[in-house]
Design a protein around this ligand. Structure first.
Ligand code: MRU
Length: 350
């Protein structure tokens, strides 16, 4: 299971595993300012919805550390700057806004800067520790769902993008289910989508599966129909960056295509995500902002030009999977059937 944390807080500084270099280099970068964390999130030194949120908390701690004085206005400004780093993963604003509430309360109680700083640092540690417990709970729920649906045998599972410890700072969400199922002897084989264009599957999921000795094969996204029509996939688990109130789910581009193909072949399709990835303020997926990333992520790989000079491309980094293609959403509070209207909000409020 989890090998090490990609987020380390040490000697009042933040160290992030530079995920741009994986799998060939495992190097941490030292970050000492809020702006540095914003840049690291934007450039995907750190990525994956939960890890973006956790890093942002420490980014705010660094902001406090580097100041002589803070007030409500400057706190809001710092929080907004942090939230602007990437738009789709709601975990970022979820964690930052919780920090803002703590800052507001501390300022009104006239706490000194040192105490506020210590509060935010310990809030960050607490969230990472709690996420381990939540991820384990989701893994257990996912396994019991599959046991009911498919029986307790060895399953062939498929996943998209990267949802393990590199994305979550602990066990992982979708990959957490796979990892715990494997430790119980319930996994035959994993198919990991390469996840064009940023190759989170090839570089990161394959890195994690290799570290855990889980048998896997990388596949191109376009192989989904081949695999499923040949009965090679028993179930699919993916993560989420933002889940709307009706269960529509934004996740790495390609997720929606995978879900549609899965529906066609009757393969169960699960989203595994903590409540911090839920956005009850958004009624359906059409209102989710989709990050558009630089087009050279498509036209070039590691600086090598693939497309002809001047070739146009567009690079939406996420897509929205309609809830009607999702068999179940698994969060730390339980299993949500998105076909039941209002179920998601009921679980959130419970
Ligand atoms: O662009 P990324 O690498 O941050 O995208 C990550 C994903 O889409 C993950 O599937 C998602 O954040 C869920 S992480 C548990």
């Amino acid at each position: 299971m989890q090998s090490y944390s990609p987020i380390i807080w040490k000697d009042d500084s933040l160290y992030l595993l530079d995920q741009r270099l994986l799998p060939t280099e495992e190097k941490f970068v030292h970050i000492d300012s809020l702006e540095g964390v914003v840049e690291a999130i934007r450039d995907m030194v750190v990525r994956g919805a939960p890890c973006i949120g956790f890093s942002a908390i420490f980014g705010l701690a660094l902001w406090i550390k580097n100041r002589q004085h803070i007030d409500i206005d400057s706190s809001r400004e710092a929080c907004n700057k942090m939230i602007s780093a990437r738009p789709t993963a709601v975990n970022l604003s979820f964690e930052v806004n919780r920090c803002f509430d703590l800052l507001q309360k501390s300022i009104s109680e006239k706490k000194d800067l040192k105490a506020i700083y210590a509060l935010i640092v310990s809030f960050g540690h607490e969230q990472i520790t709690l996420s381990q417990v939540k991820n384990m709970k989701m893994a257990e729920l996912g396994i019991s769902e599959l046991k009911n649906k498919l029986g307790a045998r060895k399953w062939n599972l498929m996943t998209h993008c990267n949802t393990g410890f590199l994305a979550c700072g602990s066990l992982g969400t979708a990959l957490g289910v796979i990892s715990v199922a494997h430790s119980h002897g319930l996994v035959s084989h994993v198919y990991a989508d390469e996840t064009r264009p940023y190759m989170q599957g090839t570089r990161l999921t394959a890195f994690e599966l290799t570290k855990e000795n889980i048998p896997f094969s990388l596949v191109v996204e376009g192989a989904a129909s081949y695999l499923m029509s040949n009965g090679m996939v028993d179930a699919i688990f993916v993560g989420a960056d933002r889940i709307a109130a009706n269960g529509d789910t934004a996740n790495k581009v390609g997720t929606s295509t995978l879900a549609i193909v899965a529906k066609n072949y009757g393969v169960p399709f699960y989203v595994v995500a903590p409540l911090s990835s839920f956005d009850a303020n958004i009624k359906d997926g059409s209102h989710i902002e989709i990050e558009m990333r630089a087009t050279n992520e498509l036209t070039h790989i590691k600086g090598i030009q693939l497309a002809p000079e001047g070739a146009k491309s567009i690079n939406p980094s996420f897509d929205v999977t309609d809830h009607k293609f999702i068999t179940g959403i698994i969060c730390e509070k339980g299993f949500i059937n998105p076909a039941i209207e209002g179920e998601l909000l009921r679980i959130m409020e419970s």
